[in-house]
Design a protein around this ligand. Sequence first.
Ligand code: FAD
Ligand code: DHB
Length: 389
Amino acid sequence: MRTQVAIIGGGPSGLLLSQLLNRAGIATVVLERKSRDYVLSRIRAGVLEWGLVGLLREAGAAARMDAEGHPHDGTNIADHGRMQRIDFKALIGKQVMVYGQTEITCDLYDAQDAIGATVLNEAEDVALHDVTSSAPYVTFTHQGVPQRLDCDVIAGCDGFHGVSRPTIPAEVRKTFEKVYPFGWLGILSRTPPVSDELIYARSERGFALASMRNPMLSRYYVQVPLTDQVEDWSDDAFWAEFRARMPAEVAARLVTGPSIEKSIAPLRSFVSEPMRWGRLFLCGDASHIVPPTGAKGLNLAASDVHYLFEALTAFFRRGDETALDHYSSRALARIWQAMRFSWQMTMLLHNFPDQTDWDHRMQGAELDQLFTNPAAQRLMAENYTGLPY
Ligand code: FAD
Ligand code: DHB
């Protein structure tokens, strides 16, 4: 088998890149380890920057998002009961779109089917070869048959636990990591969201987030110790804890119901540099992880796809390698800004086990500034809605 771009991983970054490239006349094959049903059962991000909205439109995969997604003009920050709305529209004239990653992935699979793109699910034992030559190839097993895929370029879109990043020799890679001493317990429930816009809440019991997918589907999170297991948390225990962390007037109108999904995700910041090794280019979680507090994980994957798509079109149309040479540094410049924002939001809003009184006061002082200073609000609005590509 031969293609121009072999894409490892059929999550949002692999599928979006494949869809954009195919529409630009560049051939791809996507190799995904899991079944399509498995990929579509993962509940993850829910807030899209307008850059990602634009990319989905450019990819011809935005019809359902445009019909069913919910543009939001602002978000709310709560601190021990007081609450401040950050009005993106009024401050900087921007919005975000609330639409689930699960739905985006489903729309991208449908769009790939519609244009006859090749996505091989349940591709096992994927291995990358000769990536520093001009003729790299990928081996894998599909439906029990060993296969070889020759290509010009490999896009490593296979997430944090994929094979692409470890293909880059350890002595070439530099990694930067911060692991936070807590996770987020998240639930999905078929109940009306407690608020029209998201609420990020700091409380003495720890952080909580009220989010949503649509008017009858809520997504809520609470900070939990890393030692907690999902089985430790009954629905009743979750609702009691969530209610206790929200401002009283919000808690009073909370509608509860059975959870239809419940999971715990640990929080970490991670960057691996460089994002290019020969003809291998990393995209999304394969190269970086952010804690979810800034809603940046999926959005960063999208900006990587944007830079790589631009660079690959220049390469295949004009033989121009300049943009490929600059891909890693261009993508990383934006990634580090999102790393900073996600880290800052995480440090600002969570309880830390070893936190001193000084640390508490610093969090409070920074929140006072955010609640009262339009310049601080503007800076948050710029980062949250997404820095320019
Ligand atoms: P992924 O979505 O991880 O996709 C990678 C794909 O590659 C997967 O389908 C995987 O099966 C496949 N793959 C892996 N290894 C191989 C292999 N060897 N061969 C072939 N295929 C392979 N972000 C937010 O902004 N908000 C959130 O609330 C949020 N919650 C999250 C919860 C969890 C549990 C996780 C893990 C992430 C969460 N994120 C969240 C981050 C966000 O979902 C990711 O940033 C986003 O999924 C990145 O997309 P991706 O396509 O780069 O990687
Ligand atoms: C959601 C997740 C986030 O991490 C976030 O910051 C905002 C929203 C969500 O799942 O809806």
